[in-house]
Design a protein. Structure first.
Length: 147
């Protein structure tokens, strides 16, 4: 993986974390972006170095998801198994699906397979194989609608 791809992968992971924080604490967008710019992206926290993230890409995902939340949530809801609601999803899982859906919707510059595989990698950071397959299935179904 080249540095540009690593920077985008780091931006995706950070975007999911920022969206999770926004979901849990209702942090204002300006404060949220500022906190991540100052303290998380490429920072060193307790000796753990965070990979340099592509800041503009991170900002686009976070702002884009929040700006298009009703549309994104409707697309995800439509692809969940019957009887499943967004509220039933793990909060981290929901942010992974939201970020992935946004990227499929709005980032034509990112190939479909790349977007899906990148969010599979993010899912593997938090979940086991079963949940990762769920992310793959939902994002693949969303891609068929929006691409």
């Amino acid at each position: 993986m080249n540095n540009s791809a690593k920077a985008r992968a780091a931006a995706r992971l950070a975007a999911v974390q920022a969206l999770y924080q926004h979901e849990m604490e209702a942090t204002r967008l300006v404060s949220l972006l500022d906190e991540f710019h100052m303290h998380r992206l490429g920072a060193e926290i307790e000796d753990a170095h965070y990979a340099e993230a592509e800041v503009a890409f991170f900002d686009d995902i976070v702002k884009g998801v929040l700006a298009r939340l009703p549309e994104i949530d409707a697309l995800i809801s439509d692809k969940l198994a019957e009887g499943w609601k967004l509220a039933r999803l793990d909060k981290t899982m929901l942010q992974i699906l939201r970020a992935g859906t946004y990227e499929l919707l709005a980032r034509a510059d990112v190939p479909t397979g790349t977007a899906i595989n990148e969010y599979l990698d993010v899912a593997h950071a938090f979940f086991n194989e079963r949940e990762a397959k769920f992310v793959n299935g939902v994002l693949d179904a969303v891609a068929k609608v929006v691409r």
